[in-house]
Design a protein around this ligand. Structure first.
Ligand code: SAM
Ligand code: SF4
Length: 332
């Protein structure tokens, strides 16, 4: 149980932290990072494991009970497992989740299972090796696929994240849906957002959640809507008789802000109270200035009490730069 309940200024409970442990990655997914010229943060700009542990402990005392580790690719951070071991034992943290591209994840799956990791989100935008190579700019499909099989074998709940990209992987939507026939996996189609480090390349988003849904429904007219779990960002569906289910995430259209329960901490230790804001509090600096736990909590509370009502308001509040930074620094 959380020590207390935390609410924002719009009365939304906050209980979910997504923390990027690094901005580095072993893939170059074109919707997330430019192919070249990426300037990674110097290592001393990343939160240390001690700082992450302290921060999560403070947030757990304030009411955060669920943590997702993301990145960049979390498994490129040296000794990630020692951080996970620390986090699962923090009082008040009930669920620890991971988002990974699966390339380096395989050897750690038995320990993730024994540590009780609640679920893994695996990024997989295509089932075709050549398209995987085009999208991620690396020829690593087999490793991600093997990781998926291993996760299913040990029964760690797994969600596949597939970003829907015009002209790139539309032919993969139905094969990905087909995965749910045999496998107890949740396949989530995500609207492409402008966070690729370069800006939006569409005048208007061609594949909105509505269009993705229409395509799936036209092939599976029996598609059933599932009830929304609390604070879900996806609308969820099931094809009768299939082992798994399907979700569609309106990440660009931003239909889910009204129930948003999440905060983010970027790889450089900056708090974001909305995916679309530009970072509202540098917590790493506070810790390195020697601020006390109570002082840091007070600063966090101030930010939680000034949360934009939705992603559009967060974008308006940005002081200059548009929302185009690489998702590898935000964590998704
Ligand atoms: N490297 C890990 C991975 O790929 O799963 C974790 C970090 S990645 C930034 C987290 C999630 O953000 C992935 O599922 C990825 O597909 C998603 N993502 C990245 N850029 C995106 C974009 N421009 N629009 C929508 N989703 C994006
Ligand atoms: Fe790396 Fe994940 Fe971004 Fe792809 S989506 S480049 S795997 S951080």
């Amino acid at each position: 149980m959380s020590a207390s309940q935390l609410y924002d200024n719009h009365g939304r409970p906050l209980n979910y932290l997504r923390l990027a442990v690094t901005d580095r990655c072993n893939l170059r997914c074109f919707y997330c990072m430019p192919e070249e010229g990426i300037k990674y943060l110097p290592k001393k700009q990343l939160l240390t494991f001690e700082e992450i542990e302290r921060l999560i402990t403070l947030l757990a005392e304030m009411g955060i009970s669920k943590v997702r580790l993301t990145g960049g690719e979390p498994f490129v951070r040296t000794d990630l497992m020692s951080l996970i071991r620390r986090i699962v034992s923090i009082e008040g943290i009930n669920d620890v989740h991971l988002t990974t591209n699966g390339i380096l994840t395989g050897p750690y799956i038995p320990e993730l299972k024994s540590l009780g990791i609640a679920s893994v989100n695996l990024s997989l935008d295509t089932l075709d090796r050549e398209r995987f190579k085009t999208i991620t700019r690396r020829d690593e499909f087999e490793k991600t696929w093997t990781t998926l099989q291993q996760l299913l074998r040990v029964q760690i709940p797994v969600k596949i994240n597939a970003v829907v990209m015009d002209g790139k992987n539309i032919d993969d939507i139905l094969p990905l849906v087909e995965l749910t026939r045999q496998h107890p996996v949740s396949v989530r189609f995500i609207e492409e957002m402008p966070f690729n480090g370069e800006g939006n390349h569409y005048a208007s988003l061609p594949w909105t959640y509505k269009k993705i849904l229409e395509l799936i429904r036209s092939h599976y007219p029996m598609l059933e809507r599932l009830p929304d779990p609390p604070h879900s960002t996806s609308t969820n569906y099931k094809i009768p008789g299939h082992a798994g289910d399907i979700g569609i995430i309106a990440a660009f259209s931003r239909t889910f802000c009204g129930t948003c329960n999440r905060i983010r901490i970027t790889a450089q230790g900056v708090l974001k109270t909305c995916l679309y804001d530009e970072g509202v509090l540098n917590i790493k600096n506070l810790m390195r200035e020697g601020r006390s736990d109570d002082e840091i909590k007070a600063e966090l509370l101030k930010s939680f009490s000034n949360r934009p009502k939705d992603g559009f308001e967060a974008e308006e509040r940005r002081s200059g730069t548009p929302a185009i930074e690489s998702m590898s620094t935000i964590g998704g």
